[in-house]
Design a protein around this ligand. Structure first.
Ligand code: F6P
Length: 547
């Protein structure tokens, strides 16, 4: 069954939201907080060890009611049940979208084409566990009988960003293995990484769903050549494993079938870290921690599936994002985690969000007449404060931001953590309240700034405030809470895709550049420059002449 395909702008709720926007666009949040002392109480959700406070948004009760009406009119509820059921909701690729099944419980049933896929998922999970245990214990060894010390994940996009983000995020839980990631086709990336490694103790995990991706195959070939400089062809089997749907191509590369971990076509690349694509995560932190990550995501799946929308974290966050994108015309969203462990969360979410919802054709095949997609960017706090917060505080753009913080640190140094968290709370308060001219004048008085100088400086020192933020406060960073956090964003993407009536699970937009690159490579290597637009032709000729 296909997902509903309703143009959101034609709904009653959208019309009412447009009217409501006119009423609310000039009302400041400062005023809303003054008028309603219980605002935070009304606009927050507490779930497991998460508190999501969305009261610092330019909304009132009516806004949420209307956004929930919109969700109902576009049939979000029905869509959620199709999403989990194994229906082929990715129609442009004729596939189900079942990364949620990867974190199912063993007794669950998820049908794809009438077949329960859960037993097969657990069969592969058992293989991941066995392989991880054997590498960690040194039972599986390199060609000279030494235990592995270094793991190199070779992949790109979803076959890199998810594992890289999770390994970084879970460093606290890491074991003795050194983990490396090679993704870019830029030869520096592979060369720099290999230069630090010993072939005898290095295990390569080649991750490519298709096993045709130029970057991954080229980097894997380079790694293979580097390895063979000191080893024999038959040793490849001991040092290279693959994760792919394409067993044939992986075998042709020289990887033995028992070392190929399959994934399925109902797992999208950007949602694949829960599958064998997460093998590197399992190796880095042990299978039990990998499984805890999956279980945290599974808990969030249940919350998303079963909780009324008003209390449903991904639904509320998705609706708020639509509110800003389509009514306030905000073009981007910042993600600011207050932990260095989550420094790769933003690049990961950039692919997840922008590859999913960067679409301009709706599910009926028509060009949309409204904004979709959000530009995602950000850096961990407090570094972000000293880099780009100026623009969020006093710039001309409205940039809704998610602040993600933890009640308890992992390092246990209270002094550091309290300093960090004081910044965390201070920033959202500053973004909300800003600083009035009166407050600036009082400060001037205390600092002895008077007369013309005070008059001149005053406008530069005023902050308007009224900048929206969500605060996601989590007890501590564990594999489970990381899993839940990622799943929140996955489901938020789904919610927005349904409202915008776009196909969130394909990525045709990345194909054209790939096709052109392969014909240009032939021109560079063999045939010389053919006919292009004058700019590309000029640049190619310049490159060839000076290369
Ligand atoms: O960028 C396009 C894309 O298809 C992503 O969706 C995917 O994560 C990445 O390329 C890598 O693909 P593969 O795992 O098939 O090598």
């Amino acid at each position: 069954m296909a997902l509903p395909s309703i143009n959101p702008t034609g709904t009653q709720a959208w019309k009412k939201l447009s009217e409501h926007f006119k009423e609310i666009q000039d009302v400041s949040m400062q005023e809303m907080f003054r008028e309603d002392g219980l605002r935070a109480h009304e606009f927050h959700i507490q779930w497991e060890s998460f508190v999501v406070d969305y009261s610092k948004n330019r909304i009132n009760r009516k806004t949420i009611d209307l956004l929930l009406d919109l969700a109902e009119e576009v049939k979000l509820k029905e869509a959620v049940s199709d999403y989990f059921s194994g229906e082929k909701i990715n129609r442009t690729e004729d596939r189900a979208v079942l990364h949620t099944a990867l974190r199912a419980n063993p007794n669950d049933t998820v049908l794809v084409d009438g077949q329960n896929i859960v037993p097969e998922i657990f069969e592969i999970k058992n293989r991941i566990k066995a392989f991880t245990d054997q590498v960690l214990s040194g039972t599986i060894q390199g060609f000279t009988g030494k235990a592995f010390t270094d793991i190199v994940n070779i992949g790109i996009g979803g076959s890199d960003l998810g594992p890289a983000m999770a390994v970084e995020a879970l460093q606290f839980y890491k074991n003795h293995l050194n983990i490396h990631f090679i993704s870019n086709i830029d030869g520096d990336h592979v060369a720099e990484t290999l230069s630090r490694l010993n072939p005898e103790t290095t295990l390569f995990v080649v991750v490519s769903k298709a096993f045709t991706t130029q970057e991954t195959l080229s980097n894997a070939q380079t790694a293979r050549k580097w390895f063979l400089a000191g080893a024999k062809e038959q040793d490849i089997a001991k040092h290279f494993v693959a994760v792919s749907t394409n067993i044939e191509k992986a075998t042709a590369f020289g990887i033995t079938e028992k070392n190929i971990f399959p994934i399925w076509n109902w797992v999208g690349g950007r949602f694949s870290l829960w599958s064998a694509v997460g093998l590197t995560i399992s190796l880095a932190v042990g299978f039990d921690n990998f499984d805890r990550l999956l279980s945290g995501a599974n808990q969030m799946d249940k919350h998303f599936k079963n909780t009324p929308f008003r209390q449903n974290i991904p639904v509320i966050l998705g609706l708020l994002s639509v509110w800003y994108t389509n009514f306030f015309n905000a073009g981007s969203e910042a993600i600011i985690p207050y932990t260095q462990y989550l420094k790769k969360l933003t690049p990961y979410l950039q692919q997840a969000v922008m590859e999913s919802n960067g679409k301009n054709i709706d599910r009926n095949g028509n060009l949309v007449n409204y904004q979709t997609g959000t530009v995602i960017w950000g850096e961990p706090g407090t570094n972000a404060q000293h880099a780009f917060f100026q623009l969020i505080h006093q710039g001309t753009k409205l940039i809704p931001a998610d602040f993600i913080g933890f009640v308890q640190s992992l390092h246990g140094d209270k002094e550091h953590h309290n300093q960090l968290m004081s910044n965390f709370f201070a920033q959202t308060e500053a973004l909300l309240n800003g600083k009035t001219a009166a407050a600036v004048k009082t400060e001037f008085g205390q600092q002895g700034i008077i007369g013309e100088k005070a008059d001149f400086l005053l406008p530069f020192k005023v902050f308007q405030g009224n900048k929206p933020t969500n605060t996601i406060l989590i007890q501590s960073l564990t594999p489970e809470t990381l899993g839940s956090l990622i799943a929140i964003y996955e489901h938020k993407i789904f919610v927005q895709g349904i409202i915008w009536n776009i196909p969130s699970y394909d990525q045709w937009g990345v194909e054209l550049g790939k096709q052109l690159a392969s014909s240009i490579l032939e021109e560079i290597n063999i045939s010389g420059v053919k006919s292009h637009d004058s700019s590309t032709e000029f640049l190619l000729n310049y490159f060839l002449k000076n290369a």
